[in-house]
Design a binder for this molecule. Structure first.
Ligand SMILES: [Zn+2]
Length: 435
């Protein structure tokens, strides 16, 4: 078994040593299990299902002007600040220093010394993207009710609804939004789809659609959702997305792209250019579900092929980055340089997107574009491997969409770099149109 001594980040105040659970009258921790859940209430936000993200043509960061502050946005931040006042976080993230690293890409460095305090090494298996849920390990049903901000669901009648004090219908698989007690930015929360089903960390269609809907519903380009698979620096094997606010563009969002395929549902797939981590970008689609399905199908394919990956949902749900990675594998094989290992930076979705969360003052002070690039380059698949992986993903997407798929030529568009590679898919020297 390939495993690494890992220092997990504590995401809940209840992730520490566990005490035996008392039977009647709750376990004393006001948790989400049957010992404490009866009669519990939480706010419930039911969003209106949208067919499509409004104004696909809008530029990045363009949606803020169009809408006043969305209700979900103020709900997340209002509840989050309330938990801050109540002292539920392990440190004050608003006191963490942040700077934009000078250079072409605008990498963002944050000094976060609190995040790895009280570290508790555990064995964590890193060579398997799919692992069964383990009731005995920490999971989100063990958090305190005060860490949960609200329940999130799609509205039944097509209208936005908010109930400040709704019962928790355990049988009806509610999804929760909770705080991350080790935040890396303002408003850092966790989206835990169908929490009581105790799903392992793996993307499925419905859960990814929910995450995408949350991004759309927040209507704030500074609010991004991210996902780390097992083997790509997820630390808890209970299905969750993360999200937070950062009022800066991420370097990955500014990287040029090159269109490589268009699916029959209108979803456009591009590849990232001129960025240290190679990956795919998904946009468009006739409906929001087209977009969600294409991405989740791609994720499911990576999971089945045991390829660790990260996902970033940007631009109010209009742009989704899919980034297969191999850092943990290299780490286990002893192929990562000691200087990089020493920083203890775990290149998860935020780091890969260009928001470097640094644990040592020295690394923060010496942060440079070259250093950021060097770390992220270690995370990336090789060009050749990405071609193979892209071919696998395309195969999975097309076989799930329709039976008779004919790859066709696509006029090359958006070619930004004159040095752009022409062979986009292994075994083919043409771009593909997947119909
Ligand atoms: Zn309890």
């Amino acid at each position: 078994m390939l495993s690494i001594k890992r220092v997990p980040t504590v995401v809940s105040n209840y992730q520490k040593e566990e005490t035996g659970e008392a039977a009647a009258g709750g376990c004393g921790r006001n948790c989400l299990k049957s010992c404490c859940i009866q009669g519990a209430r939480l706010p419930l936000y039911a969003f209106k299902k949208v067919d499509k993200v409004c104004g696909n043509e809008l530029p990045l960061l363009g949606c803020k002007e169009q809408h006043p502050v969305a209700f979900l946005d103020s709900l997340v931040l209002g509840e989050w600040e309330d938990r801050m006042q109540r002292g539920l976080f392990r440190y004050d993230v608003t006191a963490c220093e942040t700077k934009v690293i000078p250079g072409e890409y605008g990498f963002i460095a944050q000094l976060n010394e609190g995040r790895h305090l009280k570290k508790r090494p555990t064995e964590f298996r890193v060579d398997k993207v799919l692992q069964p849920f383990d009731e005995n390990k920490f999971n989100f049903t063990k958090v305190g009710q005060e860490e949960v901000l609200f329940q999130l669901e799609a509205s039944n009648d097509g209208e936005v609804q908010f109930f400040p004090n709704a019962p928790i219908d355990v049988e009806n698989s509610p999804s929760f939004v909770a705080i991350n007690v080790s935040p890396i930015e303002y408003g850092h929360v966790l989206l835990i789809p169908r929490i009581f089903e105790c799903l392992p960390q793996r993307i499925d269609h419905a859960s990814f659609l929910l995450a995408l809907q949350m991004a759309v519903e927040a209507r704030n380009p500074y609010f991004r959702l991210g996902y780390n698979s097992l083997g790509a620096f997820a630390t808890i094997n209970h299905l969750h997305f993360q999200a937070y606010y950062l009022a800066l563009p991420f370097p990955i969002e500014k990287a040029p792209t090159k269109k490589i395929a268009k699916l029959s549902g209108g979803v456009i797939i591009s590849k990232l250019l001129n960025y240290p981590v190679r990956g795919l970008v998904f946009e468009g689609g006739h409906t929001l579900e087209d977009l969600a399905n294409a991405v989740s199908e791609a994720c499911i394919c990576l999971q089945h092929n045991n390829i660790p990956y990260n996902v970033l949902i940007s631009d109010c749900g209009r742009q989704i980055f899919l980034l297969p990675q191999c850092y943990a594998e290299k780490q286990a094989l002893g192929e990562v340089s000691p200087e990089l290992l020493e920083t203890q930076v775990n290149p998860a979705v935020w780091e890969i997107s260009g928001h470097m969360v640094l644990k040592r003052k020295k690394d923060y002070e010496e942060a440079s574009e070259a250093n950021a690039w060097r770390l992220l380059a270690e995370v990336s698949l090789s060009e050749e491997r990405l071609l193979e992986v892209t071919a696998l993903v395309f195969q999975a997407i097309t076989s799930s969409v329709e039976m008779n798929v004919k790859p066709q030529r696509l006029e090359e568009v958006d070619a930004v770099s004159p040095n752009a590679q022409h062979a986009m898919v292994a075994g083919s020297h043409e771009c593909l149109v997947l119909q």
